[in-house]
Design a protein around this ligand. Structure first.
Ligand code: UT7
Length: 332
């Protein structure tokens, strides 16, 4: 999906992010499961993550992140005409978290919905928003990636509980005709690999009961090693694909923002497309893996700290359960 030659495209006019206050450190995790700060740092690169309290829901983080995005874009809530929320931890099954946020933020003239594409949901959301803007159907679209993974974590499983964190990131997309905006996008999924990363119960196939809860079947199960290998290959391929579609060399990139799951995955992906680590945005040491929120939180940080400047070429790429993966190339 390349937009070369198509004049009207979407650009990201504002960003925002939010995390809970509570920080959970590796040494605290040492007291919960049989692990060590050294193992977590060496195998994943994670030092701390943010965890929401029992009173918090995903939409609470979304509202904060989205308000910041609207503020930075100087856009009023009633001017938003579409809201996409990427999450696997909605507030509740019905209504969508999108509709809950719409009501709380006063997005009176919008339509809202959730998408489930795991860690790739923000990339999916940006791509959907870009196509609605290019067809002229919408003019101001909020895309949010948000998770409270702490709610679907088995705190007795050391192979997963040390990895995840809670957070939300948001972006506002608007039309533009100049050089700025989304240059090319790529999305893919492969449902044949779903068993490597999944939640066994809690849906229509296996509704929750005492047994599913006792067996932690509401929580994420992951074959870390297999996910690792697929993530590196898929993110590398997707990242290269959007560059090729746009006729741009990886050496022209100013910033590369990969999904923040594991520092070794990030390094291997960057090496695959030959991007030096000083052009790679890394914040997973502080946030852990926040799934759909990881790319938009990093994007917001990069924008607010001046790491991303107008005219820069930035590429975002993600991979997650499904499997799903994709990439977006943006002239900032
Ligand atoms: O966001 C969606 C995508 N998700 C990802 O991209 C995550 C991908 N996977 C990974 O990041 C890595 O596979 C992990 C960080 C999850 C694991 O790293 P690994 O190098 O693949 O370790 P491993 O699973 O091969 O485990 C090595 C050893 C095992 O012990 P044995 O069998 O060698 O005796 C594990 O039992 O490390 C053990 N281990 C731990 N030890 C201490 C697993 N978890 C822990 C732990 N603390 N927390």
């Amino acid at each position: 999906m390349s937009e070369q030659g198509n004049r009207l495209r979407a650009y990201i006019s504002g960003t925002g992010s939010a995390v809970p206050e509570r920080v959970l450190t590796n040494s605290e995790l040492e007291r919960i499961v049989d692990t060590s700060d050294e193992w977590i740092m060496e195998r994943s690169g994670i030092k701390t993550r943010y965890i929401g309290g029992s009173e918090m829901a995903t939409s609470d983080l979304c509202v904060k992140a989205a308000a910041r995005a609207l503020e930075s874009a100087r856009v009023a809530p009633e001017d938003v005409d579409m809201l996409i929320v990427g999450t696997v931890t909605p507030d509740q099954p019905l209504p969508s978290t999108g509709c809950i946020i719409q009501e709380r933020m006063g997005l009176k003239n919008a339509f809202a919905f959730d998408i489930a594409a795991a860690c790739t949901a923000f990339i999916y959301g940006i791509t959907i928003a870009d196509s609605f803007i290019r067809t002229g159907m919408c003019r101001k679209i909020l895309v949010i990636g948000a998770e409270m993974l702490s709610r679907i974590t088995n705190w007795e499983d050391r192979t997963t509980c040390v990895l995840f964190g809670d957070g939300a990131g948001a972006a506002l997309l608007e039309p533009c005709e100049g050089p700025r905006g989304i240059v090319s996008t790529f999305l893919r999924s492969d449902g044949s690999l779903q068993d490597y990363l999944y939640i066994p119960a809690g849906g229509s196939r296996r509704p929750h009961n005492a047994e599913t809860l006792r067996k932690h079947m509401h929580a994420i199960r992951m074959s870390g090693n297999s996910v690792f290998k697929h993530a590196v290959r898929a993110m590398g391929d997707a990242a290269q694909r959007v560059l090729d579609d746009a006729g741009i060399a990886s050496s022209d990139l100013d910033l590369f923002i990969p999904h923040q799951a594991n520092l070794r995955i990030i390094k291997a992906t960057a090496a695959r497309i030959k991007v030096p680590m000083d052009k790679v945005y890394v914040n997973l040491d502080r946030y852990g893996n926040t799934s759909a929120a990881s790319v938009p939180i990093a994007l917001d940080e990069a924008s607010r700290t001046g790491r991303l400047k107008e005219g820069n070429l930035v590429e975002m790429v993600a991979f997650g359960g499904g499997f799903t993966w994709g990439a977006v190339l943006v002239r900032w």
